[in-house]
Design a protein around this ligand. Structure first.
Ligand code: SRM
Ligand code: SF4
Length: 588
């Protein structure tokens, strides 16, 4: 029997637009993401943009936001919200040259209120960009050979790659593939160049269609007019580091090497973090391993996998539109068969691999070629100048003398990479002057912590995250001190809502915001991101969180087995039960 005949296609792109959700019509009628963005940018009645254009702007890498700290006050004063824009860069693998850093920094000082934010997917975000500055910002970024295409929106998002392409030949080869994947999977519309760079629309431009999985559309041969049903995330890991959290990617590649050279990749599909409280039909899910491909087949695999989601993803209900749900609805075997059908060959058997952690080893390491690399801890990825530490200035000073590259890590940190041994003293002097090496005194928990942006810019935040985690950690550090756990690496991740932007569902301690000051507390995630955690306490405040941590961490200190990670211990000791099935259908 042909399995395809059995497939319910009532919500996918084979349907007429009127049967699908409103975002599908918006995309289809947007003239390839142009919409009325130009008109919105010129609208003198508001500092914001029309809602439909805001949705389209996401495909251009930006979101309209308003400062939530002053939202109520402005409402009281009968003023419109203070609209500004978040702008996210497309930076595959997080690699940036010193001159690019200087340009990015200049723009943060000119337009972004002296602040840069490093994200959990290895890129920079600007916040507080006023609408009238968007074009200059994007043009200046273009001069630095950087764009913001597809950094948000229903498309292939920022492609991640295990950090440090300079550490070994293998890392460099994997980065090259990730970079090619990013350029390949980005949308092709010239609407971006017309709006932001004021370029003329090309007449009758035709692009070569991608074979097999093309839509027949000349402008967007892969995506067609309706792009993807939802965001789609690709990442490349190089064992033993799982820094990119490959199990959380829609499509993950795990490098396989032979004698230090890249041979191919194990392929994983269907990972994702987002969930909604009290909606058990939404859940975090770990990706399934489906096989192996040689390195030269990565691009066809991306086309095949993304096209399966493009064609079968849910285009009615956006809360159910991520690839993880398509994989579960159709079944992994069905999806794998469909991918192989589109590829025209079968995936090979999985090649064994082992991960040891998903964090960043901080400090200096030496690469194969004798050059050195220093990973700096940037708390929650925020680069600003504060009275006690001028991180923005410090990084700028480094960029002024550094001859190698900077690498943004998936843990919101920065690597000063590719340093000649003779240049190290000058680099270290700047780090010391600007207190960029302060992480050396930080606890193992803080070094392995991440928080999403949340308040005041994120429209979806229900509780504080970036602004609160450092303070909470100071209190938890007292507990760690008492139990002799200060140096133990334990992963903790906080988000201001259940969407999971800091990948909290795969940390050993997870906190997701429910309401101001209230969080769900999770335990039991795998130390290298291989296992989901489970909710231990629901909707609790700081006191209950600290009490729970006092009990569990104290118990861990007394009774852990040699080398037993905290996440494993919380399961063995019965605080939570293991999530075995790779997805969490509902809270316990
Ligand atoms: Fe995220 C939405 C910030 C990584 C899952 N995310 C948002 C928005 C744009 C809020 C919005 O829709 O209005 C946040 C902007 C806040 C702000 O003010 O900057 C936002 N997400 C972030 C960043 C900046 C968090 C950070 O502190 O670094 C990360 C940017 C990554 C990047 O460079 O591209 C970020 N977001 C993630 C991740 C982690 C990852 O991709 O590895 C996830 C979980 C993985 C996944 O996608 O499943 C994630 N963000 C979401 C979701 C839930 C999606 C879902 O499937 O349900 C939303 C909400 C949505 O899309 O509707 C969201
Ligand atoms: Fe905003 Fe929620 Fe993402 Fe945090 S997890 S940045 S609060 S959407």
């Amino acid at each position: 029997m042909d399995p395809h005949k059995e497939t319910d296609r009532s919500r996918d792109r084979s349907q007429p637009l009127e049967n699908l959700g409103p975002d599908e019509t918006l995309k289809a009628t947007s003239d390839y993401l142009r919409g009325t963005i130009e008109q919105s940018l010129a609208d003198e009645i508001t500092a914001g943009v029309a809602e439909s254009d805001n949705k389209l702007l996401k495909f251009h890498g930006m979101y309209q936001q308003d400062d939530r700290d002053i939202r109520d006050e402005r409402r009281r004063q009968k003023l419109e919200p203070e609209y500004t824009f978040m702008v996210r860069l497309r930076l595959p693998g997080g690699v940036v040259s010193p001159s690019q850093w200087l340009s990015i920094d200049d723009l943060a000082r000119r337009f972004g209120r002296d602040s840069l934010r490093l994200t959990t997917r290895q890129t920079f975000q600007y916040h507080y960009i006023e609408r009238q500055n968007l074009k200059t910002l994007l043009q200046d970024l273009r001069d630095a050979v950087i764009d913001t295409k597809a950094a948000c929106g229903d498309d292939s998002r920022g492609v991640m790659s295990t950090v440090n392409p300079h550490l070994s030949a293998l890392h460099g080869q994997v980065y090259a593939v990730a970079s090619e994947a990013s350029d390949h999977a980005v949308h092709r519309t010239t609407g971006y160049e017309e709006i932001w760079y004021q370029e003329e629309r090309p007449a009758g431009e035709k692009k070569a269609p991608l074979k097999q999985v093309a839509t027949g559309d000349e402008t967007e041969p892969f995506y067609g007019k309706t792009y993807m049903p939802r965001k789609f995330k690709i990442g490349f890991a190089v064992p033993p580091s799982n820094d990119i959290d490959v199990y959380s990617q829609d499509l993950g590649f795990v490098a396989v090497a032979e004698q230090g050279e890249l041979k191919g990749f194990n392929v994983m599909i269907g990972g994702g973090m987002g969930r909604t409280d009290r909606a058990p039909e939404t859940y975090p899910r770990l990706a399934d391993l489906i096989g192996y491909v040689d390195a030269d087949q990565v691009i066809p695999v991306i086309d095949a996998v993304m096209s399966v989601q493009r064609d079968f993803g849910d285009r009615v209900n956006r809360a159910h539109a991520r690839f993880k749900y398509t994989v579960d609805d159709k079944g992994v075997e069905w999806i794998k068969a469909e991918i192989e059908n589109r590829l025209g060959f079968e995936l090979g058997p999985v090649s064994p691999f082992e991960f040891t952690s998903n964090g960043d080893p901080l400090g200096w390491v030496e690469g194969e070629d004798g050059r050195e690399h220093c990973t700096l801890f940037i708390q929650n990825g925020r680069l600003v100048n504060r009275p006690d530490s001028a991180l923005l200035d410090g990084m700028r000073a480094l960029a002024e003398i550094h001859k190698g590259t900077f690498l943004l890590t998936p843990n919101q940190n920065v690597i000063v990479a590719d340093v000649e041994p003779e240049d190290r003293p000058a680099i270290e002097a700047i780090m010391k002057e600007h207190r960029l090496g302060e992480f050396e005194g930080a606890s193992g928990l803080r070094r392995n912590s991440m928080a999403c942006v949340a308040f005041p810019t994120c429209a979806l935040a229900m509780a504080e995250s970036e602004r609160y985690l450092p303070e909470l950690l100071t209190k938890v550090e007292e507990i760690l001190d008492r139990h002799g756990l200060t140096d133990d690496p334990i992963t903790i991740r906080m988000t201001g809502c259940p969407n999971g932007c800091a990948r909290p569902y795969i940390s050993e301690i997870g906190l997701t915001g429910r309401a101001p000051g209230k969080y769900n507390l999770y335990f039991g995630g795998g130390f290298h991101g291989q296992r989901l955690n489970r909710m231990y306490l629901e909707n609790v405040g700081e006191e209950a969180i600290l009490e729970a941590l006092e009990e569990t961490l104290g118990h861990y200190a007394r009774e852990r087995r040699p080398d037993e990670p905290f996440g494993d211990f919380t399961i063995r000791a019965g605080y939570v039960t293991e999530v075995k099935e790779g997805r969490l259908f509902s809270a316990p």
